[in-house]
Design a protein around this ligand. Structure first.
Ligand code: KIV
Length: 290
């Protein structure tokens, strides 16, 4: 059942989402996120891969953190998301969990950890919850991964779906810059979204799809849609934090808004440090032990 009028546009109520909206003494749950969406309140996610940034984002009121397979690119320096392993992601999930008290932590299921079937998906998801301490997992795909989603939700593991641009399929999509879901593909995406909701997914990432399609999907589903390059009508938004904070360089996708120039700040700090070390200005007496 869709929420229709509660989606996007200037007549929305409850857009003011602050950290006061969320519990201060326990982790946010998927029920809290659904309740916020039911009230028409929009909420935010960011990716996070380490304890310190996780704590900062939680303090800022980010409701849920995704330990995404984008860590392959953002942390490990690969060119796409495919190489990151379960073991590597679990270390990052552990760090994000240690660095937070209230944020819901969603762990990505990396390429090769769920595609072969429900059994493999369950084993991987259980590791994310038992070893990593995550509260939910995310996987890419629609009807082709329904058996996996049903098995996980049946086992009590909250699942976030991911449709539109699914970077783990980079080799069939022909790149990760392409908008998905135009024309007839939009109907297929809508059918996938409905199927994921029926299978028990608690939320759905829509990546790089036309805004109008995201509006239709959001209106058709009760579970929250989480947009990234999907326009203004989704119930929640997610960004890769290095894009949001201006650490990444080069040609960025149209949807990326840089809220800071972290790269410039860091570069300046590191340059000053190098200069002061060379000039014998650091460490001075005030930074030395007596
Ligand atoms: O891995 C990731 O960071 C993601 C987001 C971009 C949605 O899947």
């Amino acid at each position: 059942m869709g929420r229709g009028a509660n989606h996007g546009g200037g007549d929305q109520k409850g857009y003011l989402m602050t950290s006061e909206t969320w519990p201060a003494d326990r982790r946010i749950t998927i029920r809290d996120l659904q309740a916020a969406t039911d009230r028409g309140e929009r909420w935010s996610m960011l990716t996070s891969y380490d304890a310190l940034t996780a704590g900062v984002f939680e303090q800022a009121g980010v409701a849920a953190l995704l330990v995404g397979d984008t860590s392959a690119e953002m942390v490990l320096g690969y060119h796409d998301t495919l190489p990151v392993t379960m073991d590597q992601l679990i270390s990052m999930v552990q760090a994000v969990v240690r660095g937070t008290r209230t944020a819901l932590v969603v762990a990505d299921l990396p390429f090769g950890s769920y595609q072969s079937g429900p059994h493999e998906a369950l084993a991987s998801a259980v590791r994310h919850l038992k070893e990593g301490g995550a509260q939910a997992v995310k996987l890419e795909g629609g009807r082709r991964v329904l058996p996996q989603v049903e098995t996980l939700t049946g086992a009590g593991i909250p699942v976030m779906g991911h449709l539109g641009l699914t970077p783990q399929s980079v080799n069939v999509l022909g790149g990760v810059r392409r908008v998905q879901g135009r024309g007839d593909a939009g109907e297929e995406l809508l059918a996938d979204a409905r199927a994921l909701e029926r299978a028990g997914a608690f939320a759905l990432v829509l990546e790089s799809v036309p805004a109008e399609l995201a509006r239709r999907v959001s209106a058709a589903l009760r579970i929250p849609t989480v947009g990234i390059g999907a326009g203004p009508y989704c119930d929640a938004q997610i960004m890769v934090w290095q894009d949001m904070a201006g650490l990444t360089t080069g040609r960025l996708p149209r949807f990326v808004k840089r809220y800071a120039d972290t790269r410039a700040v860091l570069l300046d700090a590191a340059r000053q440090y190098v200069t002061e070390v060379a000039a014998h200005l650091y460490p001075d007496q005030s930074h030395s032990y007596t």
